[in-house]
Design a protein around this ligand. Structure first.
Ligand code: ADP
Ligand code: MG
Length: 291
């Protein structure tokens, strides 16, 4: 399911003395079935955009079009509820939203709240808990006995239990150890690949962007300043460095090589592509451009 933001501006507490403009005439498109990464400094508007994607916030101006539903400042609850069901939002530090007395009940809560029977909700909850790697013997235990990383998985299962078509993730791997991060990133990639779920990911990890994303959206001070494939966005290494947004390690490495006289226009997005570049360079007697 695709989502389009058309000239969206958003102001927190609009019309009060505390109003805080956060987004300014943002236009962007999330393509159906894609994996889109949203990057930018803290305060650039990423979390605000995510909340607009799932109807938690409605635009102050402009519109958000999700499938055949158009959300504007005057949208009615019925439309907004439909959007929330289709677009699942995993908040930053999602584990803090867990509240129920057992893991199973917590995950089944969402669907039950939308009118699904207890039995069906628990069946879906079991399935999603297994999918996120929580083993059966934990289902009846208190979520508060789990580690932070496991609790986050439970929270993600809770969002997946709503069977969303789009999964929107706000810095989901923040604070996890390397293994936990890798497993979680692989899980999102698998959801996209195998279940056809559209993924929107906010991250500061440029390696994750180059490894997983089909598209990148760069935000700055409440506006979108660049969009494209990772290859396109990371092509302008100098621009990204100037903005202090960082680069994937593979691109950093190639930039270092080029500074030392290595000639290439290749932009490897992962370690495999980088290794291929170096092997072809050495096979060509040191001239990577002669292929
Ligand atoms: P990011 O996720 O990129 O760090 P946010 O979308 O959280 O950015 O914030 C964008 C702007 O909106 C910032 O200036 C921030 O201070 C402001 N903002 C975010 N949440 C609120 C809120 N609940 N009330 C008022 N202002 C907010
Ligand atoms: Mg944020």
């Amino acid at each position: 399911m695709g989502i389009t933001l058309k000239n969206v501006s958003y102001t927190y507490q609009a019309g009060t003395p505390f109003e805080g403009p956060a987004l300014f005439e943002v236009n962007l498109e999330i393509k159906d079935g894609s994996y889109t990464a949203l990057v930018g400094h803290t305060g650039s508007g990423k979390s605000t955009i995510l909340q607009l994607l799932n109807g938690l916030l409605v635009p102050t101006e402009g519109s958000v079009v999700i499938d055949d539903v158009k959300i504007t400042s005057t949208s009615v609850n019925k439309d907004i509820k439909q959007v929330r069901r289709k677009v699942g939002l995993v908040f930053q530090f999602a584990e803090s939203q867990i509240f129920d007395e057992t893991i199973l009940k917590d995950v089944a809560f969402g669907p039950q709240n939308f009118g699904v029977s207890k039995e069906d909700a628990e069946r879906v909850a079991r399935e999603k808990l297994t999918l996120v790697g929580i083993s059966e013997e934990l289902f009846e235990r208190s979520p508060f006995e789990l580690s932070g990383g496991q609790m986050r998985r439970v929270a993600i299962a809770g969002v997946l239990a709503m069977q969303p078509e789009v999964l929107v993730l706000d810095e989901p791997t923040a604070g996890l150890d390397p293994k936990g991060r890798f497993e979680m990133m692989e899980m999102f990639a698998q959801l996209q690949r195998e279940k056809g779920i559209t993924i929107v990911l906010v991250t500061h990890q440029m390696n994750d962007v180059s490894d997983y994303a089909d598209y990148v959206i760069v935000c700055e001070k409440g506006t979108v300043v660049k969009t494209g494939t990772p290859e396109e966005v990371f092509a302008d290494a100098a621009w990204l460095q100037e903005k202090q947004l960082g680069l994937p390690s593979t691109v950093q490495f190639v930039e270092k090589l080029k500074a030392k006289g290595f000639q290439t226009d290749a932009r490897p997005m992962n370690l495999d592509a980088l290794a291929d570049l170096l092997v072809s360079h050495s096979k060509n007697g040191g001239d990577a451009s002669a292929r």
